[in-house]
Ligand binder design. Sequence first.
Ligand code: FCB
Length: 458
Amino acid sequence: MDLARQAPVEGLAPDADSGFWRRDFLLGAATAAYQIEGAVHEDGRIPSIWDSFSHTPGKVLNADTGDVACDHYHRWEADFELLSELGVDAYRLSIAWPRVMDEKGRPNPKGLDFYKRLLDRLAGKGLQRFVTLYHWDLPQYIEDRGGWLNRDCAYRFAEYAELMSRELGGRVTAWTTLNEPWCSAALGYGLGMHAPGKRDWHLALQAMHHLLMGHGLAIQAMRPHDPAAKYGIVANVGRGTPNSDSPADRRAAELFEAQHNAWVLDPLLKARYPEALAELLPGARPLVLEGDLATIATPMDYLGINYYFRTNVESDGAHGFREVPLPDVERTQMGWEVHPDGLRDLLIGFARDYANLPPIYITENGMASDDKVVDGVVDDAQRIRFLRRHFNAVSAAMKAGVDVRGYFVWSLMDNFEWAYGYERRFGLFHVDYATQTRTAKNSAKALKAFIAERRERS
Ligand code: FCB
């Protein structure tokens, strides 16, 4: 193989004064169970809402499912060598609830052993373990009882969380209760794009309330069993910019951000829902019982932030906003606009708006491209540029005083991208799904080179 051709065209190193150079700034890669594991019928795993959804015709592009995915359930040891190759400090993974508890709520020892082996191997490699409890794979039998629309779901989630803290306590650096409750509520219940595929914003409000309740109850249930670990949640955040200077468009952008960010962050950090929600959905309020908001605002040790793109909006002439895609901007394979400044501005805004903002980890950031292996090389120059620009955007927020402690690339490898199936490739490593061959993209090599240089300098 021609080694010269293998060298990345561009580096990934951020600006010289970036906080990313600090040895104690955590650099990692992220994945989630349903997107990579496969082996959906093995060792007592029970069905989840994503098994049902992906097997429902018309829900996922090309009728793809997570049945096999990256076959990580069988290939995890080799996949962890990819982490060693990169030299990252940390790995973010998720536990599949349907693997570790049966339909009677009893522990499944085989599923638990799988995650114990994973976590022990990661610790053996000196990697910090960021473990998400809920990355969208709700057991189907709980959905059959109403899922997140049923208040009881929050209590079932806390039971599961407590079991994990008893079984896996001491093996986890940082627990994440929920990944992106906005997506679970808005895409799952409001827009029908994700499991369980419902389309009613009133339901989304109620589902969000129960998700956030589950988060607070889980932290309370877990801390006594695993007091040394850190506890937090991961929120996807959206940057909304007004299409014009008109007051109506400016208000539309505010409403966009309230719907994406404050809907989740206000209850967590201010123990209240934003007024703007009522403006967007006149008359609609979730059923909130006394004490619920205090439960939701249970103190956390960190906040995970996932950021991908910005949305340019205008007023819809009534109470809301609609997207006006900007022409001539750089986009990714998802059609998402590349806009690193949005991440900087959001982080600075959160630090201003929330006096009690906990330390932040960027728990996901990355991009999809239509990557191909040519002579053993995957030339993903756009991803290298994307990552470097976002490193610099986060660094700018840090310079402005925001306490950011780490950054995880989404994703370690190409995987099942939910409603888009396998077509959209977010990985640092390319996956050939026919052979399950992993190939380092140029971005993986560039990240490795940056990490090695950082180590040399410290
Ligand atoms: C986030 C999800 C993650 C991945 C990225 C692209 O919303 O948390 O699983 O699909 O988007």
